[in-house]
Structure formats: structure tokens, C-alpha cells
Design a protein around this ligand. Structure first.
Ligand code: HEM
Length: 201
């Protein structure tokens, strides 16, 4: 793919997953447990609901690399925010890419670790995540303007990862190359070079 084309969040997801062998192994283990080894078996909604590690991987990639990094809001009446009084109709930009890296909300926030979204109530490691701070994880926005496509997005991304990783081995062409992306209103991957091989069972 060339940098003239826009590559979506799916490629950002592939980049992060392919950078971490343990994540690929655990994803495949979950796919094999939930779906079995028959790669032609159709995926059902029940299967999708059981893919909890896959869910955690998608969320952790979003946390590190939100597609749109801020949310806009306008207040309808005078309000106090951050210790300042703001008149009505002030435009606010909520920089939630920063909220998703706050040290008081996230344990070791710079670390890429899907386990912070996976079975945390059974784990002593992610104490901050256990607080479930409201709006600390707002990749799909919140309130009445929240993204109506959020459930569809999670279903699509889980199906995509299932279809790819059950059948193929994806290897980054250069494991040391940083993600080639651009970020304006939306963050997009500009180019991702990978080697694709049939999965070695
Ligand atoms: C990775 C995928 C996606 C992300 C990260 C995302 C994120 C967002 C965010 C942050 C908002 C603003 C929410 C707010 O202001 O509180 C939004 C709004 C919206 N999204 Fe998504 N979205 C995604 C996929 C989709 C899909 C697949 C659809 C449709 C099928 C969709 C439809 C919409 C619509 C219609 C709105 C405007 C809602 C309104 O203003 O009332 N989105 N999305």
C-alpha cells in the first residue's frame, strides 16, 4: 500500500499485535478454544461475546492509539471547569488521548498490555484500572453523542482478527520500524509493510 492511500484503524491494530509475539499466541489460543481448529466454521454472536482477550487487545490498541484523539463539546450554560468560570457557548476540546495516559487512572500507562482490560477483577496488578474511573476510557465518546457504531465496530474488528490470525502468520517487514502514520482530525496509518504466510499449525 502506498502513502497516497488512507489505511484505517485495522492496520494500526495489525501493527501493534504483530509487534508482540505473546499477544498473537494468546489471541490464537482464545480463537482455538472458542472456535475450534476448523477455520471454515462460521463465527456466531455467541462466539464473539466469548472473545474477551481479543476485546482487551482491541481496547488496549485504542488506548495507545485513538483514531480521533479529542472530543468537542459546547456548554449550554455558564459552568465551572478546571477551577475557571466559563460563559455559555464556550467550545471545549477534551484531549482524551491524554486522559488515557494519566498516571492516576492507568497503571504504567505507557506500557502496551491488554491484560489491563482482561479479567482485572481476578488480578492484583491493575489496581488503578479496577477503579473503573468514569470516562477514563472514552474512545467512542460519551453521553447522548456517543458513537452509535461502537458495538458494530467491536464486532467487525473481532471478526477481522479472527479471520486473519486463525489462517495466517503476519510478520512486520521491519520489526524495528515505527508505525508510519499521520494525525490531523483522525489518525491514519500511511503505510504498513508485512509478510503474510499461511499459518503454521
Ligand atoms: C474505530 C471505529 C470508531 C471509532 C473510534 C469511533 C469514534 C467515535 C467518536 C469518538 C464519536 C464522537 C462521540 C462523542 O462526541 O461523544 C463518534 C461519533 C459517531 N460515530 Fe463513530 N467511531 C467508530 C466507528 C463508527 C462506525 C462503524 C459507525 C457507523 C456504523 C459510526 C458512526 C458514528 C456516528 C453517526 C457518530 C455521530 C453521533 C452523534 O453525533 O450523535 N462510528 N464516533
Amino acid at each position: 500500500m502506498t502513502d497516497k492511500e488512507i489505511l484505517g484503524f485495522e492496520f494500526i491494530l495489525l501493527y501493534h499485535i504483530s509487534s508482540c509475539t505473546e499477544v498473537v499466541q494468546r489471541l490464537r489460543q482464545e480463537f482455538d478454544e472458542v472456535l475450534g481448529k476448523d477455520v471454515t466454521k462460521a463465527i456466531t454472536q455467541n462466539d464473539i461475546d466469548k472473545l474477551q482477550y481479543c476485546d482487551a487487545v482491541i481496547k488496549e490498541v485504542h488506548r495507545h492509539f485513538p483514531v480521533n484523539y479529542s472530543l468537542g463539546r459546547v456548554n449550554i450554560e455558564k459552568d465551572t471547569v478546571g477551577g475557571y468560570i466559563w460563559p455559555e457557548k464556550t467550545s471545549f476540546s477534551i484531549l482524551y488521548c491524554a486522559i488515557m495516559k494519566r498516571k492516576d487512572y492507568w497503571t504504567d500507562p505507557e506500557k502496551f498490555d491488554p491484560d489491563r482490560f482482561y479479567n482485572i477483577d481476578d488480578d492484583d496488578k491493575y489496581l488503578l484500572e479496577k477503579q473503573h474511573v468514569k470516562n477514563a476510557f472514552a474512545i467512542f465518546g460519551g453521553g447522548i453523542g456517543a458513537c452509535p457504531g461502537r458495538k458494530l465496530t467491536m464486532i467487525e474488528l473481532k471478526c477481522l482478527l479472527t479471520l486473519i490470525y486463525r489462517k495466517y502468520d503476519i510478520e512486520l517487514a521491519d520489526p524495528n520500524a515505527p508505525l508510519n502514520y499521520s494525525s490531523t482530525l483522525l489518525s491514519v496509518c500511511k503505510e504498513l509493510l508485512v509478510k503474510v504466510k499461511p499459518r503454521n499449525f
